[in-house]
Every structure is written in C-alpha cells, then in structure tokens.
Design a protein around this ligand. Sequence first.
Ligand code: GAR
Length: 211
Amino acid sequence: MKRQLTRVGVLVSGRGSNLQALLDACASGSVPAKVVLVISDKPNAAALEKARAAGVEALAIEPARVGGMRQFEVQAVTALKSKGVELVCLAGFMRVVSPAFLKEFPGRVLNIHPSLLPSFPGLDAQKQALEYGVKVTGCTVHFVDEQVDHGPIVIQAAVPVLEGDTVESLSERILEQEHKIYPEAVRLFATGRLKLEGRRVRILPPSEWGE
Ligand code: GAR
C-alpha cells in the first residue's frame, strides 16, 4: 500500500534556501511529503518566488496590513488548514509564533536554527557564536514550543569554526548542513519515526513499511 504524502506548510521571511532544499527533497521522492503552501510575512521575500517556481501556492500576509501578528496568525492558520497541512515548517521565518498558533498544530511545528541549541538562540546566531569564540557551532532542527528556539531537538549538525571565518563564511558552511538536516527531519516526521518523550525526541527504527 502506498503511503500518503505528508502535507507541509512552510513559513518564511526571506531568501528561502531551506524552503528550496525541502522542495527539492520532496520532488526527488527522498522525503515522502509535499509542500502545499508557503506563507511569508514579507511580500517581497525571494522564498515566495521559489515556491511559485515549484508550482506551490505562495501567500504573503503582512502583519502590519492585517492588524498585527494575531491577525497574521489567524489568516495563516485558516490558509494552512484549508490546504490540509499536517506539518508546519518554519524556514527562516523571523517571527515568534504564539501559543494560540501552536495549539492549532500540536507537536507539528518544526523550526531550523543556525546554532547548536541551547547555545545562541535568537537573532544573529552565527555572529553570536563567532564573537563568543566557540570552536564548533552548527544547526538544529527542533519542535517549536512556547519559548524561543527552545523546543525538543530532532537533529543537529556540527560545523567547526575556522581561524579565518567571517559571519558570512561561517553562515555559508552552516547553511550547507541546514539543507541536509531539515529535509531529513521532515523525512523522519513523515515516516512516523519521531517520538516525543518529555523534551527528548526518540528516533524510532525503520518500520516494516520499508522506512
Ligand atoms: C537560515 O540560516 C535559518 O537557519 C535562519 O535564517 C536563515 C534563513 O535562510 N533562521 C533563523 O535564524 C531563525 N531564528 P533561508 O531563507 O535561505 O532558508
């Protein structure tokens, strides 16, 4: 029996390279999921064009135009539900989602952050890591909870900080890893292999479904 593809909605604010990695992984068949809607809080986000180029519906909802973040979320939830979204991926979405939003998708919102959490949450994580002087940083895919960059960790990848690194060079190497671990996290979710135990995420062995 062929498994249904998990329906994914992606929230973005900018360039959309992680969105592209997810689109490519779904298109190649390596991730049994389908991006069915992309929403940006910024109408000029390049990510919206990437979505449209892949034939995915792309929606801009500007919080300032619709009466604030609460209204943004109300409209986003309506659109996501109308598309039957089962998993929401924040991919460079530079806003904090509220508990009310999370309640609509319990245990079904993932985020990617460019550091090894719990180190360097918040903005400019790569700059924070460089300035702190760590020798290893990286990226994290985690379930979103009510605190910023805090929820249960699904996958992390480590990236060494090199002597000559700038924020740009370090960010670029972290991004390469982001593009690997985000599709992998979605694959594990879509194949039912993520099990939450407190704040630990267990990765279950492949089942008899062939995954
Ligand atoms: C990525 O590095 C992502 O980890 C980061 O923004 C970038 C988005 O790039 N997200 C955060 O810092 C969230 N706190 P992209 O638009 O090319 O995917």
